[in-house]
Design a protein around this ligand. Structure first.
Ligand SMILES: [Zn+2]
Length: 236
């Protein structure tokens, strides 16, 4: 589904639990932004193929969660694409460090149980080497600027295309249900920092379109809705 010229939400994932996006670069190549659940790899590869064989050469992983990089190993192997993430997220994406869960007495248990279940039932084990590390404010060949939005994970990034006001927020906030929402507490170890990240996004100038890891894109009054949500956080 084309959301804006050059920006696609991978077909078949519109109503799924998580979204992945494809960006058509001016050089004719494609960048995949996030790689879905492990079971999403075939659908993402088919979608990319339909846009043109051999075009996918970069995969940006917004953060190291199973629903954003579950299909990464298969898609990278099939395409040979370079893998890109924030420098702080590298060890998690490569499977050398466990993702830190939310603050809870049970968080170690959650983390271990989660690893066990995803490994046994989904055959998921992060292991894809990262080729390129990015930092806050860096401008990418995609024409998107990296916005470091920690809190949900330490190295999560959003992407902002200032000329057209296109903002991909990953899981910094979501649009599940009818309203904007914070990332889930169980998987957000630093909620105060996550709120600061939302304020940072709300301070961007000229936002026209917001795309989420979870929930439908916002195409109308995007800047106003983001600002209102950020302002509401001060009162919570
Ligand atoms: Zn997610």
């Amino acid at each position: 589904m084309q959301i804006a010229p050059g920006l696609h939400l991978v077909d078949g994932m519109e109503k799924g639990i998580v979204h992945a996006y494809v960006w058509e670069r001016p050089d004719g190549k494609l960048t995949l932004i996030d790689a879905g659940m492990p079971g999403d790899a075939p659908r993402i590869l088919a979608f990319v193929q339909q846009l043109g064989p051999g075009r996918l050469d970069r995969i940006i992983v917004t953060h190291g969660d199973i629903d954003h990089m579950g299909g990464l190993a298969a898609i990278q192997a099939a395409s040979g694409a370079r893998v890109i993430c924030h420098a702080v997220e590298k060890a998690v994406v490569e499977g050398r460090q466990r993702r830190v869960m939310g603050n809870s007495l049970l968080r170690r248990a959650y983390g271990r149980a989660f690893d066990f279940v995803t490994h046994i039932f989904l055959g998921y084990r992060p292991r894809t080497p990262v080729d390129e590390l990015v930092l806050d404010k860096q401008m990418l060949v995609e024409g998107f600027q990296v916005i470091h939005v920690p809190g949900h994970t330490a190295g999560q990034i959003a992407l902002y295309q200032p000329e057209r006001g296109i903002l991909l927020v990953a899981d910094a906030l979501n649009n599940r249900g009818r309203a904007l929402g914070l990332p889930p507490a169980i998987a957000t170890p630093h909620m105060d920092i996550a709120k600061d990240s939302i304020r940072k996004l709300a301070a961007l100038k000229g936002v026209q379109l917001i795309c989420f890891g979870h929930g439908a894109p916002i195409t109308q009054n995007a800047a106003e809705r983001l600002s209102a949500f950020a302002a509401s956080l001060d009162k919570k």
